[in-house]
Design a protein around this ligand. Structure first.
Ligand code: 9MR
Length: 858
């Protein structure tokens, strides 16, 4: 964001303010809206605070320090201020700040009009000392500057003979009743459900907002309003992440498919929802359709998207576009060439195209396909499943869509093999700006190690998938991947510039060991070559070493390498693959444990940074970890965790809002996007169904949320406003996460869900060089067992020394245990307890079968 110039305000305005008296009264209104931006200076920037002549602003130690040149006459001869501060006539405001001065001095804090006739609202003087103190005064506005109009706050620092430095921090002006920007936040319900639906056969949970300490009676009603089920809620108390006091409602026992159900407690009723798998099956494709909409360099045709979403090709050198076919580097780079980088997907609501983010987005689409081919149902992605121009070319449509971006990534490769980090507009364009009307020059940023490794990883992955589809293309991809990897090894620390964020995002990344691991893993899985293998096994990330509840994202990609190694056949030791799979199960377990304690269950770790920019994609990437844990172990609990994540995104959240456009009665509408910008221009559409909003971001990183949401509980730091880009944008890497998970969930919603008829509980106490394990087998089926045989594999070096209550057998890592004569019969619902001592070490096994059938892990 840029500083606004002080305008003329300075002397004239504040002279007027000096003479103004004000009514000090009352407290801030109930809404408690913060009216100033960046009052804490935590980001290190002073924007949008300006200073007048003779004053230099510097943010140091988290404060704004103004160096004031002495020799001025009046207090208003030296100013620090902020414009565009909304004030409403008759409303009360509390102006407070911390301040200290190098030399004690009296300053004034003032509110008023930023333009002629510079009317004043309020002014108060404060005697600053060298010690930091907090100062506060309250006033009622006599003027009306709605929204971000001509209101202003300023500190008057002049009237001193000598130079002085004055520092302020935690500047706040709270009050008024109108939400900033005129946005009215979505109304919330007391009974929070997935607004879209619950899949038959799977758990169905809701959240009740209530401070009651006793269980409350809930009633499930069908579309005719008739009660079909009832039960009691479980009080859970205060939930800090949402700011709500909550109860859990579990209505899983009701399983009749239908539409228009509501859940109520007393007179409070939820939004309507379905019990059906239909919506998730639609979302599998709508989430992928997003990518066709985002294509650059080709017309988006009505025959695929309907009239309202059709638009001419963007950035193909038709005026006023300056085109992407001949793009030079930024002036400071002197790279000496231009590139034809037409095509690809626009990253988000802007028209930038970024290799480092295009990489993970493309990888996720390709991985959804590769995973389905290996352990799921790839026919869901066959040719003809998407409404795209390539829908009848004989190639799975998800591969066609991904290829649109893969081709762009290849074009971003410089002659030396390195890839340019990104290309985008030279300056930010206004909202709305249709792609074909963007008149900004386009520029390539420098090449970077991270972008080069993104290209290497995705091109290697794609080479593997196109092998049987288009051998020539596959060979071209592999050659590009090899060249990129070699170039990255020769330039291992060429980092993107964090300050390169004008006209496009920086996507800077200080650590690239994860990208090295990911690229090496893809190249090894594709080629089997020893050199890549050495880089994989020698990496500090090997065997999911860096997989945690923080998951993965565009800047942390090591787990993508793990996923590929676990899914694509390769020559690594079976034990290492097992270790990777175990790591996924163990992190998935951590998610489930954390989710059990949440008011709104979400696989998301907010313990370090709160809810961050794009938190919804974090939820989905962690849902991917849960989904893979299910793929690797068969345990139902992980599958149920994936659906819990979807329920959160689709409405079971403290804002009663579905973050997926077109899904649910209160779904996101006003996405930050330069074409889907109906909030700014009624002739334009809203985001198409299946587009995912970035989601709550407790760091409040745009002007709308900075005014509207100060003090928000983390899961409530979101608003459906086009200007709120730090919470309500779309992005290719977020929709790719949604597409992966929606595809997986749709696959699991297909056939009637079969319940395994065994459950295994496994716990081991460990010491140096040994362990003792207790295993509980439960017959969860409907017929008695007359004999049983348990089988599993050790991930580590465990070697059974003695066993009890079963005949234990071990060959290599494979273990079997068969019943003794006295415990072979196990009635339904009953358990048998067995165990063993082992030498060696390693993590617990995660996948078990009894009598050849996979068991649930308990
Ligand atoms: O997704 C990105 C997020 O992780 C960063 O915190 C944020 C600020 O740098 O940028 C996000 O990416 C944006 C990119 O920079 C520009 N296009 C829109 C992206 C989504 O908001």
């Amino acid at each position: 964001m840029r500083s606004q110039p002080p305008r003329l305000l300075a002397a004239a305005l504040v002279a007027a303010l000096a003479a103004t008296t004000f009514a000090a009264s009352g407290t801030a209104s109930a809404a408690e809206y913060e009216r100033v931006l960046n009052g804490k200076f935590d980001s290190g920037s002073a924007d949008p605070w300006w200073s007048s002549a003779g004053v230099t602003n510097r943010v140091t130690g988290g404060e704004l320090c103004a160096a004031v040149t002495g020799g001025t006459t009046n207090p208003w001869d030296a100013l620090v201020g902020q414009n565009g501060v909304p004030f409403e006539s008759g409303q009360s405001y509390t102006f407070s700040f911390d301040a200290h001065a190098t030399t004690a001095q009296t300053i004034a804090a003032a509110a008023g009009e930023a333009v002629s006739p510079y009317r004043g609202i309020a002014r108060q003087e404060f005697a600053l000392t060298t010690a930091k103190q907090r100062y506060t005064f309250t006033f009622t506005s006599t003027l009306d500057f709605p929204d971000a109009g001509n209101g202003q706050v300023a500190f008057q620092l002049g009237g001193q003979a000598a130079d002085n430095t004055i520092c302020v921090d935690n500047v706040s002006v709270i009050g008024g009743v109108k939400p900033p920007g005129g946005v009215v936040p979505n109304p919330t319900k007391k009974v929070q459900v997935d607004l879209v639906g619950y899949v038959p056969g799977l758990p169905k949970r809701a959240t009740l907002v209530s401070t009651a300490t006793t269980p409350q009676t809930w009633t499930l009603k069908n579309s005719a309003g008739a009660a079909v089920a009832t039960g009691q809620s479980t009080p859970k108390g205060a939930d800090a992440t949402s700011g709500d006091s909550v109860h859990l409602i579990d209505f899983s026992s009701f399983d009749t498919a239908g539409t228009g159900y509501t859940l109520s407690v007393g007179t409070d009723s939820s939004f309507p929802f379905d019990i059906s798998a239909d919506a998730i099956k639609r979302l599998r494709y709508d989430s992928l359709a997003f990518f066709y909409h985002q294509r650059s360099g080709t017309p988006i045709e009505a025959q695929y998207v309907g009239d309202q979403y059709a638009r001419p090709a963007g950035h193909i050198n038709v005026a006023p576009n300056q085109g992407d076919n001949n793009v030079p580097c930024r002036a400071d780079l002197n790279c000496g060439y231009t590139l034809d980088v037409r095509g690809g997907w626009y990253d988000a609501g802007d028209h930038g195209k970024y290799v480092v983010n295009g990489g993970i987005a493309t990888w996720q689409l390709l991985n959804a396909y590769e995973r389905a081919s290996r352990v799921g149902d790839a026919s869901a992605y066959r040719d003809g499943t998407l409404a795209i121009p390539e829908k009848s070319n004989g190639v799975p449509d998800i591969l066609d869509e991904a290829r649109w971006e893969v081709d762009f990534l290849l074009k971003m490769q410089a002659p030396d093999g390195m890839a340019h980090h990104k290309m985008h507009d030279a300056a930010w364009t206004a909202l709305p700006t249709r792609p074909e009307l963007d008149d900004q020059p386009r520029r390539l940023s420098a090449t970077s190690t991270a972008a080069t490794l993104n290209l290497a990883a995705v091109a290697a992955q794609a080479a593997r998938l196109w092998r049987g589809v288009d051998a020539t293309y596959s060979a071209k991809l592999l050659a590009a991947a090899r060249k990129a990897y070699t170039a990255a090894k020769a330039n291992p620390a060429k980092l993107a510039d964090p300050a390169d964020n004008v006209g496009g995002g920086a996507y800077d990344d200080k650590t690239v060991t994860d990208e090295f691991y990911w690229a090496a893993a893809e190249l090894y899985a594709t080629t089997g070559e020893a050199a890549y293998r050495t880089d994989v096994t020698g990496s500090s990330h090997y065997k999911a070493a860096s997989l945690t509840r923080a998951g993965f994202f565009w800047g942390g990609t090591a787990p993508l390498g793990d996923i590929t190694l676990a899914l694509a056949p390769n020559g690594l030791p079976a034990a290492d693959i097992t270790a990777i799979k175990s790591a996924f199960a163990s992190v998935a377990d951590q998610h489930l444990t954390a989710m059990a304690g949440m008011g709104y269950a979400t696989p998301y770790d907010n313990s370090v940074d709160g809810y961050v920019w794009g938190s919804n994609s974090g939820v989905l990437n962690n849902a991917t970890v849960l989904a893979l844990a299910h793929d690797f172990t068969g345990a139902e609990k992980y599958r149920d965790g994936v659906f819990e994540a979807l329920h959160y995104l689709l409405g079971r959240n403290p804002l009663s809002t579905s973050y997926v456009a077109g899904y649910g009665d209160q779904a996101v509408q006003n996405i930050h996007h330069r074409f889907w910008a109906r909030q700014n221009d009624p002739a334009l559409p809203i985001a198409p169904p299946g587009s995912l909003s970035g989601g709550p971001n407790s760091a409040l990183q745009d002007p709308v949320v900075q005014r509207l949401l100060v003090g928000c509980p983390q899961q409530k730091c979101w608003v459906d406003d086009i200007g709120a880009y730090s919470v309500n944008e779309v992005a290719i890497n977020w929709n790719s996460a949604l597409a992966w998970v929606a595809g997986w969930a749709a696959e699991k919603s297909g056939a009637p869900v079969s319940k395994p008829d065994c459950e295994v509980g496994y716990s081991a106490s460990k010491w140096d060089g040994g362990q003792s394990a207790h295993v509980k087998l439960t017959n969860t089926g409907t017929t008695p067992w007359t004999a049983w045989k348990l089988a599993f594999a050790f991930p580590g070096t465990q070697k059974i020394t003695t066993g009890w209550s079963a005949n234990w057998n071990q060959t290599g890592r494979d273990v079997t245990a068969t019943n003794m004569s006295w415990n072979g019969r196990v009635e339904p619902g009953k358990s048998v307890y067995i165990g063993f001592n082992a030498s060696g070490g390693g993590s617990d096994p995660t996948a078990f079968t009894v009598n050849g059938k996979a068991c649930r892990t308990g």
